[in-house]
Design a protein around this ligand. Structure first.
Ligand SMILES: Cc1cc2nc3c(=O)[nH]c(=O)nc-3n(C[C@H](O)[C@H](O)[C@H](O)COP(=O)(O)OP(=O)(O)OC[C@H]3O[C@@H](n4cnc5c(N)ncnc54)[C@H](O)[C@@H]3O)c2cc1C
Length: 415
């Protein structure tokens, strides 16, 4: 007998679930109805900035994750521009904003996150943007003014990506970060300084340890400047908020589903809510109370739920490795394990080579041998080796481990 799976949200993770079920459901046990709020099928949100690099006539279709397989599949019913507004768990139905009621045998919530914008005066002025959807990117491109300054509020991963986008549009980006350094979640102050110096040379001006006091309007009512806490006034033809995200769990309360301590649909390690017919996956899921803002953990959650729906062995979701190695604005940065030395008794070994602009920190356990984590900036060639050694005794002293790269040979001393 064919049953109905309703998936709410056709983002990267919702789509992954649909694909996994369709690929393996050879007996067609599940008909899938996908309620998708956005006007287009799932796309590669992670590569959103590449849409901007495509130029004024950049084709958002290049980001598509959905091919004809799904669109022509009689077992899948994708409903675009459709927002689910309530769930009746007793009747096992989902109601959409247009009043359509859809019955389900199983329900997967994959509603992702929404950008969080702090309550700053002027934040809704014309010329203020978020950085989450194809429409956001297209609006930023349309509002860009080459040669003028633009302000990005938030100096995390997304903020630096947005700053690079402004550079590519010919603007002069400023980045305002409340913490004392850029990328405060991933790296420490030393690496943050290296990053700030290097991106400064590329034309991105960081302003760290300060708060955005207001976004100010010009005579035409549009954004014209941003005022910081120390009364610095930054010229701004546009402002992008990259100040974090919040899980989209609006359906929890009306349907009586529990939330995690920081929001998100509370689920167990198999992504199950307390209702045996309802799962949550991706950024909207608080797995054992914790939300994950990365796509790879979401894919693992989707794999697990697909297996459960098909009666296959399902792996529990056992957390995610948040180690990162990336190139931001052409600058290499990596962090791994306990990069902030939060383990009691942890020891830090730091080496900062000012001339080459590279920084390395290793965090060791109190036995001085077991690697707990670290941070690299400017040169990340040691990352694969160091990442593989997390939780293990170092095969050599921390100084020697970093002797592999030319600049380290020149100045092997740790400070
Ligand atoms: C510019 C950018 C770069 C990024 N880079 C990286 C990266 O390098 N690495 C990485 O791991 N992650 C990155 N991320 C984060 C990554 O994109 C997310 O982790 C991922 O998209 C989460 O997938 P999701 O399906 O849970 O949520 P989403 O992709 O947000 O999809 C959720 C979908 O559900 C829809 N929806 C919400 N509520 C409803 C409703 N009630 N009814 C119907 N539909 C609804 C939304 O409109 C949306 O389409 C990046 C994000 C951005 C914006």
């Amino acid at each position: 007998m064919t049953r109905t799976l309703v998936v709410v949200g056709h983002g990267m993770v919702g789509h992954w679930l649909v694909e996994r079920v369709r690929d393996r459901d050879l007996e067609e046990r599940w008909r899938i109805v996908i309620l998708a709020e956005e006007p287009r099928p799932a796309y590669d949100r992670v590569s959103l900035s590449s849409h901007l690099e495509g130029g004024a006539d950049g084709d958002a279709g290049a980001l598509d994750l959905t091919g004809p397989d799904l669109l022509d599949d009689p077992m899948a019913d994708l409903r675009l521009n459709t927002t689910a507004v309530s769930v009746d768990r007793r009747a096992r139905t989902v109601t959409s904003a247009d009043g359509t009621v859809t019955g389900y045998d199983a329900l997967a919530l994959a509603t992702g996150s929404r950008p969080f914008v702090p309550p700053i005066s002027g934040r809704d002025l014309p010329g203020c943007f978020r950085y989450r959807t194809v429409e956001d990117i297209e609006a930023i491109r349309a509002a860009s003014v080459p040669g003028r300054a633009g302000v990005v509020v938030g100096g995390g991963l997304l903020g630096l990506e947005a700053a690079n986008a402004l550079r590519l549009l010919g603007m002069r980006p400023h980045v305002v970060e409340t913490a004392s350094h850029l990328l405060p979640l991933q790296i420490d102050a030393g690496a943050g300084q290296v990053l700030a110096d290097l991106v400064g040379k590329l034309g991105v001006q960081p302003h760290c340890g300060t708060i955005t006091r207001s976004v100010d309007a010009g005579p035409d009512g549009r954004v014209c400047a941003v005022t910081l806490d120390d009364h610095t006034r930054l010229d701004a033809a546009l402002v992008i908020f990259a100040t974090g995200v919040r899980p989209r769990d609006d359906l929890a309360e009306p349907s009586g589903l529990a939330r995690g301590p920081r929001g998100g649909f509370l689920v167990d390690d198999h992504c199950r809510t307390t209702d045996p017919r309802i799962w949550a996956i991706g950024e909207c899921a608080a797995v054992q109370g914790r939300c994950y803002g990365l796509v790879a953990p979401g894919y693992r959650m989707a794999e697990s739920v697909a297996a459960q729906l098909l009666g296959l062995p399902a792996r529990p979701f056992a957390g995610a490795d948040t180690s990162t190695r990336l190139k931001l604005l052409g600058v290499d940065v990596a962090s791994f394990g306990d990069c902030h030395a939060e383990t009691p008794g942890a020891l830090e070994f730091v080496r900062h080579h000012h001339r080459s602009g590279s920084y390395a920190k290793l965090v060791l356990a109190d036995d001085s041998r077991t690697l707990l984590g670290g941070v690299l900036a400017g040169d990340t060639t040691a990352y694969p080796l160091l990442h593989s050694l997390i939780g293990r005794a170092l095969p050599a002293g921390p100084e020697q481990l970093l002797l592999g790269t030319p600049h380290q040979r020149r100045e092997p001393a740790w400070t």
